[in-house]
Design a protein around this ligand. Structure first.
Ligand SMILES: O=C(O)CCC(=O)C(=O)O
Length: 308
């Protein structure tokens, strides 16, 4: 636990723990959650799911962000039993994303540990007030590139998922949307990123970003540090993951992550300073200084080292 805190959490570096969720280690869901079991226990529930996927199973259209629009997802209310049937389709129709287990599917709560039963919990601040979050995917469903201002422990309960991860200091290469919807989205076409195409026109800087591609299989845990950019895609076949979100530890406030978080803002500021309309197109001395200071700060952070 000390190593986890010191080498990963306080350094804000991701870590995969293989086989962290075992049925005999407090995770009966890994064994129990067949489609039949889920139907019997929560088939009656009504849930709100993401609908109308775009290209390649991508739910959410970041192109909509901006000009006052803050809704990138389409939603539908569906019966959970019907939703489970839809998971067998050859291409995803719905994504049961960001479900709050305690509120939406309370019958499933005994099948997983609570926040306080997780040994890793000591490294973080308070648990997310919405409780444990579940994602039910049909396979090949995707979530666009974004980061969250929360620490995240992700457990793969069924199937597999691939995550593309980028350090917060790569924000300047990832075209952050300036529309703040709590979660911070990138404008990069994520379906292309997920299929290894980094040459989208107008998004050339992505090629300078350092991407870590990891696949989580059943039972694996990913520690996804606060403010790390991530795009996610289900592998072939249905998949279920449980996400435990935490505030960052108070111990961490002096650490890199806090600075990294600010860098995302810095990246916006640099962009704004560059594009701001100024008389005669000149940049005032004050603005020049601000831009240089911000750029120096961003440069300082290029030299982090990856976790193993
Ligand atoms: O699994 C997914 O599709 C997205 C998960 C995610 O974005 C998160 O846990 O922050």
């Amino acid at each position: 636990m000390e190593r986890f805190t010191e080498d990963y959490v306080l350094k804000n570096l991701p870590l995969i723990v293989r086989d962290a969720a075992r049925p005999d280690g407090g995770w009966p869901c890994v064994e129990k959650w067949s489609s039949r079991y889920l139907k019997e226990h929560v088939g009656h529930a009504n849930i709100r799911v993401r609908a109308k996927p775009q290209q390649d199973g991508m739910f959410g259209d970041v192109g909509r962000l901006g000009e006052g629009c803050i809704h990138l997802y389409d939603f539908e209310e569906v019966n959970f039993g019907d939703f489970l049937e839809s998971l067998d389709a050859s291409s995803p129709a719905y994504y049961g994303a960001r479900l709050q287990v305690q509120e939406d599917l309370p019958e499933l709560v005994p099948d997983m540990p609570n926040f306080y039963e997780l040994p890793w919990r000591e490294a973080f601040g308070v648990p997310y007030k919405g409780g444990i979050i579940a994602y039910f995917g049909s396979g090949k469903q995707s979530t666009p590139l974004h980061y969250d201002p929360l620490e995240n422990l992700i457990f793969m309960v069924q199937g597999s998922k691939t995550f593309l991860l980028f350090h917060p200091s790569d924000s300047a290469n990832l075209y952050p949307s300036t529309t703040n919807v709590g979660t911070h989205y990138s404008l990069v076409p994520s379906h292309r990123l997920l299929s290894d195409q980094t040459d989208a026109e107008g998004f050339e800087l992505v090629q300078n970003a350092r991407c870590l591609r990891v696949t989580l299989r059943q039972g694996d845990m990913l520690y996804l540090p606060i403010c790390w950019w991530h795009a996610v895609q289900g592998c072939e076949g249905s998949n279920v993951s449980l996400h435990y979100w935490f505030a960052q530890s108070r111990l961490k406030e002096d650490y890199d992550v806090y600075k990294s978080y600010l860098e995302v803002k810095f990246a916006h500021w640099v962009e704004q300073l560059e594009t701001m309309d100024l008389p005669g197109g000149v940049m005032s001395e004050g603005r020049k200084e601000a831009k240089e200071m911000i750029e120096a700060k961003l440069k300082e952070r290029q030299d982090f080292s990856w976790g193993s």
